[in-house]
Ligand binder design. Structure first.
Ligand code: PMP
Length: 394
């Protein structure tokens, strides 16, 4: 037995509540709508095979060598070209997944007890990434269009307690699937500018729209006031661990220094493979196939909810892109208590509580519709409805 003293921050670190739940629910036979994984049917394996061969044969030594912290120049250029506003490739920092971007941003912006603003609810992985810096995460009231600007201003704090940053997911949010409207985006950007609070815009799902492209990112409206994060996890493959930050000059250097200290650079080989795959407008052709797949899945889930939840006081979001849908159970029903009932009937979801920075709304849950077949969706939603009815009868 050792008697080691760990850092105070280690006590605050915890394994994602979702991962703990997945351990219980990833059993054979369970229809899991709990995970946050993209559909493997969308991974472009032949394109990757070809790109891996090209990179090895053409640039093998460079692909296996150390490289710069900022990232592979061709990839930074391809990202700048792909984004829908005027981005200088020198503002692009390649990260090891956008999860690393969250860690770097936390390190650069947050001290112990720093105030930071998040949506209600927000991405659990971001709360996890920021927690070791020991900030005070304050949830801003949010509706179907995202953060309420009045509450953002009311919770912004002043003087030494002014919020260091506000973390927002404007497109097809994880966990709710909701999207910020044009008007809300503009109002939030203007208020953040007025209060001089940096917006941290996380956009891993933005390209996965179904019918209509979402309004322009926040960063496009005020590039000096927004730190933008993107990822190849949902449009190519998450195992690559390639994401990126687009940062204003004022903080780009600090973020790069933080990255250098963390891992020197993201894998040279992976960066080159992504740059190779992106050539010849590959994403412009590939992404529509993912959109079509996910839209069809969403339609099946919405139809199943309509018919199975008939007569129950249950509401849900109607996402126009992304991978997730958010369900509100009858008042007073706790999703955590419902989970064993659902698992017993063959399906699993993620309870909503861990996605809240402050007081949780315990009657909420998240469903993913992208890794389950239409038949499984119908069966799984029927099982969920049966579990809710059983819970109400208790
Ligand atoms: N942000 C959000 C909102 C996410 O949902 C995820 C993945 N679940 C990430 C960031 C991290 O993604 P990655 O590190 O794979 O880019």
């Amino acid at each position: 037995m050792t008697n080691w003293t760990l850092a105070a921050r280690a006590a605050k670190m915890n394994s994602s509540a979702i991962r703990e739940i997945l351990k219980l629910t990833d059993r054979p036979g369970i229809i899991s709508m709990a995970g946050g994984l993209p559909s493997p049917a969308a991974f472009p394996i032949p394109a990757f095979t070809a790109a891996c061969n090209t990179v090895m044969e053409r640039d093998g030594a460079a692909a296996l060598q150390y490289s710069t912290t900022e990232g592979f120049p061709e990839l930074r250029q391809a990202i700048a070209d792909f984004l829908p506003w005027d981005v200088n490739p020198e503002q692009v920092l390649i990260t090891t997944g956008s999860q690393q971007a969250l860690d770097l941003i936390g390190k650069v912006f947050l001290d112990k007890d720093s105030r930071m603003l998040v949506e209600k609810p927000t991405y659990l992985g971001a709360l996890q990434a920021f927690t070791p810096m020991e900030p005070v995460a304050v949830g801003v009231d949010s509706d179907d269009e995202g953060m309420l600007v009045e509450d953002f201003a009311a919770k912004a704090g002043t003087g030494a307690d002014k919020a260091r940053m506000a973390y927002v997911l404007p497109n097809f949010q994880n966990p709710t699937g909701r999207t910020m409207s044009e008007a809300r985006r503009q109002a939030l950007v203007e208020k953040a500018k007025e209060l001089d609070i940096p917006l941290i815009e996380d956009n891993p799902y933005g390209d996965l729209w179904y019918e209509q492209e979402p309004p322009l990112p926040l960063a496009a409206r005020n590039p000096e006031g927004v730190i933008y994060m993107g990822s190849f996890s949902k449009v190519l493959a998450p195992g690559l661990r390639v994401g990126f930050i687009v940062a204003p000059k004022s903080v780009y250097g600090k973020l790069t220094q933080a990255k250098q200290a963390a891992d020197l650079h993201s894998p040279s080989f992976n960066q080159r493979v992504v740059a190779e795959v992106m050539k010849h407008d590959f994403l412009k052709n590939h992404i529509p196939t993912i959109r079509a797949m996910y839209k069809a899945q969403r339609d099946v889930m919405l139809m199943a909810l309509e018919s199975e939840m008939e007569g129950l006081d249950v509401r849900w979001t109607r996402p126009v892109g992304g991978m997730f849908l958010w369900v509100r159970l009858p008042q007073g029903m706790n999703a955590q208590d419902l989970l064993p009932e659902a698992v017993e009937r063959g399906m699993a979801f993620v309870p909503g509580a861990p996605f809240f920075a402050g007081e949780p709304e315990t009657n909420t849950l998240r469903l993913s519709y992208v890794t389950v077949s239409p038949e499984q969706i119908r069966k799984g939603i029927a099982a969920l409805a049966a579990a809710i009815r059983a819970q109400l009868a208790k």
